[in-house]
Design a protein around this ligand. Sequence first.
Ligand SMILES: [Zn+2]
Length: 274
Amino acid sequence: MTLEPIAEGVLVHESACIQSRSTVVLGATGALVVDPGITRAELAAIAAALRELEQPAVAAFATHPDWDHTLWHAELGDAPRYGTAACVAAMAQLRGGPDWQEELAPWLPPEFAGDIPMELLGLITAVPDASTHVPWDGPAVRILEHRAHAAGHAALFVEERGVLVAGDMVSDVLVPFVDLGGPDPIEDYLAGLDVLEGVADAVDVIVPGHGSTGDQAELRARIALDRAYVTALRDGREPDDPRIGPSAPLEWMTDVHRAQTDALAALRASPLVE
Ligand SMILES: [Zn+2]
């Protein structure tokens, strides 16, 4: 099944690429599609599933300005695709040069690169200034913007359905990736986790950007795990974390962790000049 229900009127899709999660929230006249997905075939399958549900995409939202969260497919139609203002600014910068597709190409997983529709990547509109909710005709979807992982990162909280769409945090397969270009990578990440913890009491299901969905207890456990990982990075300790090491679900995660540790050490040795 393309879309799997996780709460009343909320369905998710899992991509073959890095277990990326897309979320669909059903509304009065159509669906809100969050972080639509990765390959052309997957995006077209989501569009077909929405047609079958008679819920065309009427709005979309990108949780943050990374390529894997800002894709789109013509078959999903021309609904407004929203993000935070900082997300839009980052995407405009990425698409700014004439060779942006070539520059991005080395970052795409090679086994999927040919199937990723780059042409509509990042065409995001900022939600109106100071919006607290996604502007659409459906259950209220709160925007929880914070500075962890990337500029303009936002979790979405579908309060009346008890669903938290977390973006690239609280994953069971990816360790936290701090934003090395951000003002304070470690403290900003910890503050982002505090934002998620602030709504945890009302969460029944969490949808991470990558990996498995979970319940409220799982959300709390993953917040604790992410916090322990980031705190270990801060303190220069090796984290005790099941997402890295010999039994990690993704074997390349240990290398990514090492690269992150090294980059953070280099940044400390010579801080970026503002
Ligand atoms: Zn991602």
